[in-house]
Design a protein around this ligand. Sequence first.
Ligand SMILES: *Cc1c(COP(=O)(O)O)cnc(C)c1O
Length: 354
Amino acid sequence: MKKHNFSAGPCVLPQEVFQKASQALLNFNNMDLSIIEISHRDKNFIAVMDKAQNLALELLGLKDKGYTALFLQGGASMQFLMTAYNLLEKKAIYADTGTWSSKAIKEAKMFGEVDVIASSKDQNYNYIPKGYTIPSDADYFHCTSNNTIFGTQYKEFPEGSIPVVCDMSSDIFSRQLDFSKFDLIYAGAQKNMGPAGATLVIIKEDILGKVTRSIPSMLSYKVHAEKESMFNTPPVFAVYVSMLTLDWLQNLGGIAAIEKINNQKAALLYAEIDRNPLFTGFAAKEDRSTMNATFNLVDDSHKEVFDNLWKEAGINGLNGHRSVGGYRASMYNGLTLESVEVLVDTMKKFENTL
Ligand SMILES: *Cc1c(COP(=O)(O)O)cnc(C)c1O
C-alpha cells in the first residue's frame, strides 16, 4: 500500500500524476517513444512547455499581466544568486526568516550591499518578524514566504514601494495571495509541484535590464525569457510532471479549491498538537505554516514508542530537520486529508498507549 508521505521534499504528488507520468515514460502521446527520448524541440514537447508556463501564470492570476514563467535548472538555490545577479545594482533588502533566507543573503552579498531589515534568528526562527516598512532606496526586497524547516509562514507581507522578490518554494500554489504584488517569484519544483530538477521562476518583465553588469547567458533571466525556457535543453521530465500537477490543480478548481483542503488538513493536525499533552508545537501560533507543521515531544524518552507507531501506520518522512529536532509533517497539495487523519489517529493512539 502507498505510504502516507509527509516528506518535506521531494514530496508526494497526486496519485494520478504518478500514473500519467509513468505512462509517458513508456509511450508519450502515442508516439511510441518515451517523453525522455524525444527532442525538446519536438512539437509534442513544446506543447508541454507552453501548457506548463500558461497553467502557472493562470493559476496565479498573472496571465496577460506582463509576467513570464520560466522553468530553469539549479534549484531554488541557484535563484539565490540569479536574483541578485540580475537585479542587485547597489543595495537590496532581505528578511531573514530561516536557513533558506540566510543562504539567499549570503549569495546576494557577492553582488552588492545587503541590508537585513528583520530577522527571527534570535529565537531559532520560530516566528515571522513584523512591524517594519521596506525602505524605498533599494533595488528590491527579498523574503521567503514559507520557511520549510521551521514551519513558519507569512500571513501578510510587509508593504513597500520597491520590487518584491519571493522564494515560494514550499508554498507556491497552496493558498490565495495577490501574486501581482510580487515582481519575481521562484520555487524549486520538488516541494509542491513536481520532481526535483526544475525551478519555476515567474518574472514581471519590466524589472529586467536594470543592472549595468554583464550577465553570463545561462544566468540571465532575459536570455531565458527571450528563448522561452528553451535556451538550452530544459529538464523535460520535471517540466512534464510539473505540468501534470498544475493541470490536476486546475481541474480541481485551482488555488481557491486546494487552499480549502490545505486549511482543513492544517487545522486538523494543529488541533491535535495543541490538544495532545505529549506534544508541543514549535512555531509561534499566528505564524504557523499550513504546509510544514513542526512539533516536538514534551518528553523525548517516548521517542521510540511514537516512532514505531507512525512507521507501523505506514507514515513516511516525519522526522524533523536537525536544526529543530522533533517532527515535521509536510502537508503539500498532493497529500490527502486521509493521510493527515492517519497521523492524527496515530498521535491519539500514542497518548492511549502510554
Ligand atoms: C528546499 C528549499 C530551497 C532549496 O531548494 P533547492 O531546489 O534544493 O535548491 C530553497 N528555499 C526554500 C523555501 C526551500 O524550501
